[in-house]
Ligand binder design. Structure first.
Ligand SMILES: [Mg+2]
Length: 250
């Protein structure tokens, strides 16, 4: 059993964790894009984009994050999209509008992050995502979270993805945490999040409300240090670990 070191940083996954899991029809998301970009072949192009996106996630999953999934732009380029064109920018606006209702933060997120910061605990984000930082920051700004995040790492900016150790180390660095034993990761995936964080030396809290597709479950299901019924319960575990650490030190 790990010694209860005080918690100095809490790093959150995004999809299914800071924002509740939604079953999103990814082909429909791409159709919102293609119906603006190229209406005459919107359906077939949306199917191509969906296939290209899934291929990237499958490749990253098979490599255990050693090769990242890349960037949204790369999915578009895979399918011959002209990402410098005006119609691409208009189509991307439609794509983001499609996603808008599926990205709202968990109602517990703002009060939880405020409470952690009030305790002097740093708050971070580490997301496996194709989206550029700007898309995520717009969502966090909309929901009043952006100013509560000390550092965020998006796999679209990395050569790797979770559960690769480098992804967790990048997130620790981003929040200024130097000792993984003093950091906690909160996520909805037993392989990418729980196992990955624990391999990096962090404690891991599981938010078990997501419908993870069977082909995205990993070969190892980490055994979380805690499991929460709702996001706000993270605070109680952090407070308990810090109380245990203080008692041990006194
Ligand atoms: Mg997730």
């Amino acid at each position: 059993m790990r010694p209860p070191a005080p918690v100095e940083a809490v790093i959150f996954d995004w999809g299914g964790t800071l924002t509740p899991w939604h079953d999103v029809d990814l082909t429909a998301a791409w159709y919102a894009y293609t119906s603006v970009y190229e209406p005459r072949r919107a359906a077939s192009l949306a199917a191509e984009l969906f296939a290209a996106e899934i291929q990237r996630w499958q490749d990253q999953h098979r490599s255990s994050g050693q090769s990242g999934a890349g960037r949204l732009d790369q999915v578009l380029l895979d399918c011959g999209i002209d990402i410098t064109s005006g119609r691409h920018h208009a189509a991307m606006a439609a794509y983001l509008e499609f996603w808008n209702p599926h990205t709202h933060a968990d109602p517990d997120a703002v009060p939880l992050l405020e409470a952690l910061r009030a305790r002097g605990i740093r708050v971070g984000v580490l997301s496996n995502t194709l989206w550029p930082r700007a898309h995520h920051e717009a969502v966090f700004e909309r929901d009043g979270l952006l100013h509560l995040i000390d550092g965020a790492v998006y796999s679209s900016e990395l050569p790797v993805g979770k559960p690769h150790l480098d992804a967790f180390h990048a997130a620790l660095t981003a929040v200024g945490a130097h000792d993984p034993a003093r950091a906690v990761f909160v996520g909805d995936r037993a392989w990418d999040d729980v196992h990955g964080a624990q391999q990096a030396g962090m404690r891991a809290i599981l938010v078990p409300h997501s419908t993870i597709p069977a082909d995205q479950l990993g070969p190892v299901q980490g055994s979380p240090d805690a499991t929460v019924r709702r996001l706000g319960e993270v605070l109680g575990h952090v407070d308990r670990w810090n109380a245990e650490a203080a008692a041990r030190a006194s």
